[in-house]
Write a protein that binds this ligand. Sequence first.
Ligand code: HEC
Ligand code: HEC
Ligand code: HEC
Ligand code: HEC
Length: 381
Amino acid sequence: MSTQPDTTPPGAIAVYDERQAGILRLEAFGLVAVSIAVLGLVIFAFLLSKGLASAFTYRAEHTYNYAGIQMTDINAYIQAKKVQIQPISAEALTAYNEWASKNPKTVNVQVLNQYLGDDYNNTGTIFNYMAVYVSGGLGVSCEYCHNLQNFAAYDLPQKTTAKNMLVMQFEVNNKWVNNVPRPEGQPLYQIQCATCHVGAPKNWNKTLKASNPAAFGIEGGGLPYGYEMVDEQLLKTRPDPQTGEVNYYKVTATKDTPAGLDATYRNQNQMYHQTVALGVGCDFCHYGGYFASYYVENGSFKWPKAQARHMIGMVQDLAINWWPQMQFPAPETVAQPNCYMCHRGYVVPPGASNTAPQPAQVSSPLIKPLEELPLPKPITP
Ligand code: HEC
Ligand code: HEC
Ligand code: HEC
Ligand code: HEC
């Protein structure tokens, strides 16, 4: 995008008039002159100490770009965070081999075959998926979910939750992630078990949150809401019964914003949360000249802001529709989702995948949304 389309609202891009520009230039001049002189000396000393060639190999670029350069390998992340991964146990492998020799075709598989095709009616294909994505993503052995005497049974509550999570994963990818507005050529990463679980089955609950707020992207700062986004206001969002229009949670100050500082703090917290969650500055998403704009001064489109707007809707959908029907083993202990749950300080979530098998567009009759939250119109240039 080099030219700015006509759809940009008037005032969306800051324009300085000649007088302002003149004042800025004059004031800046003295400062610049002094700075250049000082900088020149510093650079000269630096070049002397380093040698000319090496001094110019460093370019002060951002460590991320729209193609997701700011990434970390999931294994490196898990190691750095010292997450304890349980290996698949010898008992489980023996039990599985016995089961597979008796049941080369699956007995009670309901989700994977429906989404990923008939190959998933073979026990061997299911095993591969279980070992890599399910056991691998949660860092647990098979018996965390399975009665080793009968892999088809739902004896343990964890297996029921896992089944619902499989549906959620495919549906959320289908509805939200696959529709993230993105520039041509940007690779698409999707959600899998590891995206939220990053190697631990219980990774996002109130106990952990109380003991380690930083693990939730919640830093102190003394602000009333502590960088959180799911609260009553966000959960209240429902389609208007008359128009069907969804009042998606908005981080904007308009004439309807109630008087007082509450809404302002809340909006600030949401923004700080997003910077912490993605490990970026405000300028990753915003043009500093005018925060409401989706464009930069030169007319180029701020894709990350459009992507973040879309993701706010996704977090709402997770909190309103999916959390209540996951049949968590201990629902009252589970914490609400936020950006950090997946992003963990990176632009591309460390646990996101662009290799896990994904279905074509389908929807499951197994789980229906509690509230049909239609996809908002994506903001694109
Ligand atoms: C986090 C929970 C979880 C873990 C861990 C897990 N599974 Fe599963 N497993 C499931 C769920 C849920 C299904 C049903 C999938 C479906 O319906 O599509 C399933 C299905 C299966 C089936 C098919 C059973 C049938 O009905 O025919 C086999 C076999 C199986 N798992 C083996 C394993 C093995 C081996 C491991 C360890 C490497 C393992 N699973 C780890 C949750 C789990
Ligand atoms: C359930 C997991 C999950 C949650 C929660 C989540 N994201 Fe994401 N996000 C993803 C995945 C997966 C991608 C990669 C999609 C892609 O390839 O662009 C992504 C991509 C993005 C991108 C584009 C990054 C790029 O590739 O340049 C932005 C910006 C973003 N998310 C912002 C947010 C914000 C803001 C929130 C909170 C409101 C949030 N996300 C919550 C999973 C999540
Ligand atoms: C959008 C985020 C998200 C995704 C994707 C996700 N989960 Fe979960 N899952 C959670 C949260 C949050 C909890 C509650 C964790 C806690 O209690 O600390 C949870 C809990 C669970 C539990 C119950 C653990 C327990 O002992 O209480 C199981 C089992 C589970 N998930 C399996 C899976 C499987 C299998 C997948 C992949 C198909 C998956 N999850 C994908 C967010 C997710
Ligand atoms: C990951 C992307 C992202 C980051 C980082 C981010 N923002 Fe935002 N910001 C958004 C999005 C998206 C909206 C629009 C939200 C909406 O429509 O509800 C927004 C809205 C705003 C608004 C309201 C603008 C209006 O339309 O009235 C302000 C002010 C703002 N952000 C300030 C900040 C500040 C300050 C920071 C740094 C602390 C920051 N933002 C960091 C994505 C981001």
